[in-house]
Design a protein around this ligand. Sequence first.
Ligand code: NAD
Length: 449
Amino acid sequence: MNSDIIIIGAGPGGYETALYAAKNGLSVTLFEERKAGGTCLHEGCIPTKCFCRSAEAAETIAESEGLGIRIASHEIDFGRVVERKNEVVNQLTSGIEFLLKHKLITYVPQRARLLDAHTVTTDEGVEYTAAHILIATGSTAKIPPIEGCNLPGVLTSTEMLDIDHIPERLCIVGAGVIGLEFASVFRSFGSQVTLLEYAKEILPNFDSDISKRLKQALTKRGLEFFNQAAVTSIEQTEPGLTVHYTWKNQDCSVTADKVLIAVGRSPRIEGIGLDEAGVHYTPKGIETDDSLRTNIDGVYAIGDVNGRCMLAHAASFQGRKVIDQILGRDNHINLDIIPSAVFTRPEAGMVGLTEEECKQRGIAFTAKKSLFRANGKAVSMGEPDGLCKLIANENGAIIGGHIFGAHAADLIQEVSALMARHTTVSQLKEMVHAHPTLSEVVQECAREF
Ligand code: NAD
């Protein structure tokens, strides 16, 4: 069977690209070996945000007395938390399946493997051809070579989403995005959480002001952090799972009921015929140029599998860029401006360059900050802990934005949009912002320049 485009993998990269291509008149064959929706829908963004919502409800109730609402008693029904998460995932999966019933899309619910630049085969040996092939197979959780990682109770984020009770003691290896989101959520559910992080700071890719403030806020909530901790082994002991690590030249250990391994993700490059088709890759992912082309003409790689930026929205915009190229159409998608967020409590969001990156690259910059505690809405909400930092280049154009505080994940989008339009801090000062809103924190920051 022949189509204009073959896409392998129906995550946000694959399925959104299929829909965009079909909307623009291209025929698409889309392969998926599991369910449409990918990591984002089944084991990433969406299920974790369902947990975040339940955690937020628990926190709001815990804090309600200070807001003038006395609640006699409450308990967490974790079975219902998981059930609700599954309902949301199922609802959204059905939505995607419905959208994919497009007349120009052939959805093949099977694993596909490349045979050459224009052909793939399924496990049943059926061959499909297309002028262009997009690989969008995503990523899997990385398991470090640490003894004991295969013990029952040592889990990846995928398995952690389906546990049947709240662990009393949770140890998390890795304080990156995934580790912190789970730490924040399970702390709200009442777990005692210990994080062991190899690097000097948590969230190594974030601006250090933000990661430091986030660490302080989470420590205040009772999370325990050990940075520069090297985990050496995990063993099953009588009181639980004992994680051994070295920290400040000492041998230390912590015992927990569950251990979450959150040390990054690996591109899913195995079993998809890359060697057969001669596609170049490294353990970091399929090699691509800035147009997402691989070394083989007509073959592209988008999303986590190319290792450029492991975010759902990066994958779908990379796909859009590829389809526009195939259609010979210009676009203004700037893949250097990709906002990202951590859904902890409080949240953190970032876009563009950090101060550290500016220094490394020798870019002249000015950075200014504004505080949530000076914002009427934040104080009324009882969420005064937060910070916005804007970074501008020597012409005053915004080149980075970093926010820590309530709704930072949504607030960062304004900075992202301004950057996409090369806005200066002086222009931002003159844009009317509604009062009282958290968005005034961003404008207030511009006024500091
Ligand atoms: P990450 O790279 O963000 O963090 C992994 C952390 O583990 C790092 O801080 C690293 O220093 C640490 N680490 C590595 N080896 C270690 C070891 N042996 N012991 C202790 N610490 C160790 O990776 P992640 O949190 O697993 O997330 C994977 C990907 O998924 C990321 O690219 C992330 O951006 C993406 N993601 C994004 C979101 C979001 O946007 N909200 C949410 C979840 C995941």
